[in-house]
Each structure stands twice: as structure tokens, then as C-alpha cells.
Ligand binder design. Sequence first.
Ligand code: CP3
Length: 373
Amino acid sequence: MSNASVKHVTAQSPAGTPTVGSRFVRACLRRPVDRTPVWLLRQAGRYMPEYMAVRKHHSLLEICRTPEIAAEVTITAAERLGVDAAIIFADLLLPFTPMGLEFEFLAGEGPIVHTPIRSADQVRALRTDRADELNYVARAIEKVAAHFAAPRVDGARGPDNQDQLGIIGFCGAPFTLASYMIEGGSSRNYIETKRMMYGDSVAWPLLMEKLVAVLTAFARQQVEAGADVIQVFDSWAGALSVPDYRQYCLAPTTELVRRIQAMGVPVIYFGVDTATLLPSMRETGADVIGLDWRTPLDAGWEAVGEGCAVQGNLDPITLFAPDDVLRARTREILSAAAGRPGHIFNLGHGIVPGTPVENVIKLVEWVKEYGAQ
Ligand code: CP3
């Protein structure tokens, strides 16, 4: 049993319902479930009219920083889709502000950091003592937790009720966050990131250490507020060779995973284009590894080993396919998992804008139906 199972054996959610009753949390811990749990990366996003209605009146950062609105967006998406877990509405880059790094989201361009980090002095100037300022995310999680802990109309409760929604908190992984800090935004070749990683043996380790410190504090706030699981997004780790990942990123990421598990929750560690990295990612000790769609689920699971749960891995663009194709791919993933404990159905990456909402809803229904055998 991993450290991460502790909270779920002994702790109670705020309303006193054991969260081990959640099939999502059970699957993270590789315990048997009544059916495969499902949630979707970017389930609250621009493809969803309800989200766009909120976005008409608020910027992305306003939504993130206003607990009432962030909670509402989180809850609406989870309920609209009927998924087994709600991921808190926030963003990977939020910790930059208390670290002293200004950024904004420009329409159509994604995030922009105005003064990217390029020197050891700039890394030294980054602050690690103000993570408290991120507690609006924890306040939003409290609201989501209170909402889902409320007694249900049908009164179904108790330790065997696996219907309790899981609440997912999240943060970035050190490499992926460093890439935004150093490149100043999204990147194709990660030249400046890798230049620092290879060439500055003072700046890079210090940056990793500072990120781990802030991310640990941020994750702790989320767990204390009621997050059942923390997902660590290493979205761009796939840009690294295996030796580079192992030499420059594995140790700080492992440290982050261990510190979060010591808080008593399971960790899901996710990246894209990670086929070759999977065995190394497993070495972080994460309870669940997120698989992108390029590796068949059973091959991905073999690469991480049976002692670990997996999450994935439908190509999000399959949601644009006709029903017969979407249905067939959904079934293939469930058959590759073969009912083994420890599979959480998800996409291999986030839902993209323009995805038909009705297909997303159908997907969730099919997973519930086919994943119950
Ligand atoms: O339901 C959910 O998953 C929404 C919560 C969420 C957001 N960002 C809100 C958001 C989550 C889990 C994230 C994580 C995040 N943020 C990641 C990792 C996930 C991944 O896709 O790998 C990354 C890389 C970021 C950084 C980021 N935020 C980028 C690169 C962008 C621009 C790209 C885009 O899709 O526009 C964002 C903006 C962003 N964050 C949006 C949302 C819903 C869309 C923009 C908007 O509403 O204006």
C-alpha cells in the first residue's frame, strides 16, 4: 500500500463521508470498482457553451481567482457530463504570480510571460514565501467539496456507495512550468529551456528546487481544502529524451510526488508524447500515470508496470468522429484495460475547442455502460 492511501483509509471528507466511497479514488488506489470511472481532461473549457457564457463576462484569470465562479464552472462541467471526478478550474501558471513573475493570457496566443527567466540571478530573485496568495484555489475546492458532499436526493450514502464524486486538485510539474517561465510562453523546440538545463548547473537545479517548494505548498492548500487526488501535469515532458528527463527532471519531480503523497492523497502524473518516458515517469512513484493516445493502453500499462494505475487514453480528436468510430475506440480502450483494477478512463490530452458537446456526453455514457462488465 502506498503512502497515498492513508487519507482514504482513515480520513473523512468535510461532510463526514469516507471518500474511499468514490470509484475514482478507489481506482487510483487500484482497488476494485463497480465500473470504470471516467472524467475528461479540460472537461470545463471552450467547447462547452456553459463555460463560454461565463467567459463572456470574465477573463480566464478572473474565473480562476474568484472562488465562487471557479467552483461553479467546475461543478457545471462535471454535472453536465455526468463524470466521476471534478477537476478544479484553475491554471498551471497561477503560481508564477506569487513567485514574482508576471504573465497574462492573450486571446488566441495562450500564456505570455513578459520577462522570461534566462539567468541564475533571475532564478534567485523568484520568491517561494508567498504561496499563501494562491489560496483562492483552495477556497474554490472547499465550495466544490461542500457541493458534492451534500446529501443526494436518493439518499444513497455510506462506505459502499461508490457514487461520491472525486475532487481533483492539480499543479504543473517542474519541467513543464520551467518551460513556460523560460520560453515566455508555449514553445516548439524548448531551446532556451534546454539551454539553461544543459548549460547552467546553478540556475536549473535552483529553479527546480524553488518550483518544488511552491508547488508543494500549493498542493497542500488544495488537499487541506478537500482535494481527494492531485494531478501533476508534465504536459511537455515529451520534448525530453530519456537521458535528459532522467538527468534533469526525474529527481525534482519525484520529490514533488513524494511530498504530495505524504499529505495522504494519490498522485496522478500526466504527460503527452511520453511513450519512451513511461518507465522513468513511473520511477517518480506516482500512484497513477496518465497515458497519451499514441501508445495502446495495454502497452502503456505494461511500460509502467502492473503496480501502478493508469489513466487514459482516447485521442481527444476522436470526439469529432462518427458514432461507430468513437464507440469502437472507446471499447478498444476498455478491452485493453480488461477490467483490471486501476484504470481511469480519460482522454490522452484535453478536449479541444469546437468539440461537439453531445459527443462528449455520449462518450461518458458509453464508458459507463461498457465499463460496467
Ligand atoms: O476542466 C479543465 O481541465 C479546466 C481547468 C484547466 C485549465 N488549465 C483552464 C484553462 C486545467 C487543468 C489547465 C491546465 C493547464 N494550463 C495545462 C495542462 C493541461 C494540458 O492541456 O496539458 C497547461 C499546459 C496550461 C497552460 C495554458 N492555459 C495554456 C497553454 C493555455 C492556452 C491554450 C488554450 O487552450 O487556449 C491556457 C488557457 C486555458 N486554461 C483555457 C482553459 C479552459 C482556455 C482559454 C480560455 O478560456 O480563455
